[in-house]
Write a new protein. Structure first.
Ligand SMILES: [Mg+2]
Length: 271
């Protein structure tokens, strides 16, 4: 009975959403991306494939003392570590994105409420991989652009899901903590000072290397510069819902929703 009532409310919400097109562009355009993330066999298979590939490479990475995921570093005798982004790399926040569609809200509305719920779910394959890495004595670091005020909630969420989380040093490096900004480079370098970073995992180019590219085309061109890293030392998870890939469509400018839609259409390639 309650279920039916909720279903009815959802259908009414959607009917309203569809009729309210002036507002709904962004949310409606997110709908398929969120559904792909939450429902597709293809998304899950890609995530499992990523962490399975990395698991198979752990032995080689440990044995080869010149193996490093940080370009131009020579870490030889340092103990091994792995760096992971948090959102959409180990934690699945698609429920937050789904709520935005239903509630007709947009990020960052209600983001704090979602983070403080500490209820994000596991990205498939990530926990199993990290448990194996941990059993090999590899240190696990989480480098996230969640704001520093979310450190406790983020730690709680990760621990609740049983992710490896050492307490002997800071393994959760937030944006805004110790003056760290959106660029993750200084945090990667800080970890690399004491560790040999074997692998990096993320869903955004900046999780791996600082790229100054602003347009989508420039970003895409720069991927090939690191062809030796992808699938061996760097592992990209798909995120069709949000990310710099989208912001680069507007060259990181704050423009109106109408202008954004126009830009998106302009960027379609037809041959
Ligand atoms: Mg992320």
């Amino acid at each position: 009975m309650i279920r039916n009532k909720f279903l009815f409310i959802y259908i009414i919400s959607f009917t309203f959403l569809l009729s309210n097109t002036a507002f709904a562009d962004k949310n409606l355009e997110s709908l398929l991306a969120v559904l792909f993330t939450q429902t597709s066999a293809e998304m899950k298979a890609t995530q499992l494939q990523t962490f399975q590939t990395a698991t198979n490479l752990l032995d080689d990475a440990l044995k080869d003392s010149s193996w490093t995921a940080i370009p131009n570093s020579f870490p030889k005798d340092k103990p091994p570590a792995i760096i992971l982004d948090v959102d959409e790399t180990v934690l699945d926040n698609s429920f937050y994105n789904a709520r935005n569609i239903i509630d007709e809200t947009n990020y960052p509305e209600n983001w704090s409420d979602w983070v403080f719920e500490e209820n994000a779910k596991k990205i498939p394959g990530s926990l199993e991989f990290l448990k194996i890495a941990q059993s090999y004595g590899i240190k696990i670091f989480y480098v996230t652009n969640r704001a520093a005020e979310y450190e406790t909630a983020t730690r709680n969420n990760l621990k609740k899901l049983n992710y490896p989380f050492d307490d002997d040093e800071d393994v959760l490096l937030m944006k805004g903590e110790k003056g760290w900004e959106s660029s993750k480079e200084s945090r990667r370098n800080l970890i690399a000072r004491n560790y040999r970073v074997l692998m990096i995992f993320g869903d955004n180019f900046i999780d791996f290397v600082e790229v100054s590219a602003t347009s989508a085309k420039q970003r895409k061109n720069r991927v090939e510069e690191y062809s030796d890293y992808w699938g061996e030392k760097w592992f990209m998870l798909p995120n069709p819902v949000y990310g710099y890939w989208e912001r680069s469509l507007y060259e990181f400018q704050n423009i109106s929703e109408e202008q954004r839609t126009k830009k998106r259409l302009e960027l379609l390639e037809i041959n």
